[in-house]
Design a protein around this ligand. Structure first.
Ligand SMILES: Nc1ncnc2c1ncn2[C@@H]1O[C@H](COP(=O)(O)OP(=O)(O)OP(=O)(O)O)[C@@H](O)[C@H]1O
Ligand SMILES: [Mg+2]
Length: 255
């Protein structure tokens, strides 16, 4: 079923509760009267037309953009800056080319962090065991994005923000990375807010899908995905939900 955003996600104390009364660029409003909350460990996908403000919202939540009216609450605390509790993974890996894979993963601790015991564990988890001494130029695009995800998890965040993280890789790599992310989210118990243009990606990974409309005149619609994670993309239940998401995207003028 499609619900207004305000009716969902209110059962447990939220990990994230973000309110944006107004966010504008050059007096042009991009986000208005938006409220979004995530429970601890919840996976939520954010979909919507290009330019509707998805990346802007992620930057606000991450503390990378503080020029807006509203507030970000993380476990009830007002956030006004970047924090180790929130990891950010971008569309491209953004690795430091002069640092090894291990140094990139442990970047939070500086160069000495490469010997931290968590580094090989994380590299193993993202399927890069033994590649800690490589430089980013010696990696494929998919491998580099795995490093970025390991780096995002290194600080043990409670919330992981991902902005179209798999859009630059081929279709098969993408499925593998989606499955990897599904496993990581469960094992680490981390909440995930994922921006994607891929409806199937949103359906396979999320507990809820939030559909954002450009201009923010309407509150976002939400579609609950009441299926256990990890789940099979081939499942029949997803086909019904897929049509609901497409309908909501049409309603939001995204397609
Ligand atoms: N730094 C900026 N200065 C001026 N306008 C900006 C800036 N950043 C974003 N915008 C504008 O704000 C709007 C929302 O941008 P945003 O990047 O959040 O969209 P998006 O939903 O992530 O789009 P896409 O799906 O294409 O990534 C767009 O119209 C964009 O042009
Ligand atoms: Mg964007």
């Amino acid at each position: 079923m499609v619900h207004p955003a305000s009716e969902l996600g209110a059962a447990a104390a939220p990990l994230l509760d973000v309110t944006v009364h107004r966010k504008a660029f050059d007096q042009r409003p991009v986000l208005q009267n938006l409220r979004l909350s995530l429970r601890p460990g919840e996976v939520v996908s954010l979909v919507g037309a290009s330019g509707c403000g998805k990346s802007t919202l992620l930057r606000i939540i991450a503390g990378l953009d503080t020029d807006y009216q509203g507030q970000v609450l993380l476990a009830g605390q007002v956030q006004t800056d970047i924090t180790r509790d929130v990891g950010f993974i971008f569309q491209e890996p953004r690795l430091f080319p002069w640092l090894t894979v291990a140094e990139n993963v442990a970047f939070d601790l500086g160069r000495g962090g490469r010997h931290h015991p968590q580094v090989p564990l994380l590299l193993d988890e993202v399927g890069l065991a033994g590649l800690g001494e490589r430089l980013p130029k010696q990696l494929s695009g998919g491998q580099a994005q795995r490093v970025a995800i390991a780096r995002g998890l290194f600080t043990r965040p409670r919330l992981l923000l991902l902005d179209e993280p798999f859009s630059a890789v081929d279709a098969f790599t993408r499925i593998k990375l989606q499955e990897m992310l599904a496993g990581l989210a469960l094992r680490h118990g981390v909440a995930v807010l994922l921006v994607t243009h891929d409806v199937d990606e949103a359906l396979v990974l999320s507990d809820r899908i939030v559909v954002l409309e450009a201009g923010g005149a309407q509150p976002p619609l939400e579609i609950a995905v009441p299926l256990h994670r990890p789940r099979l993309r081939e499942g029949a239940a997803l086909a019904t939900l897929r049509s609901q998401v497409l309908q909501a995207l049409r309603h939001a003028h995204a397609i």
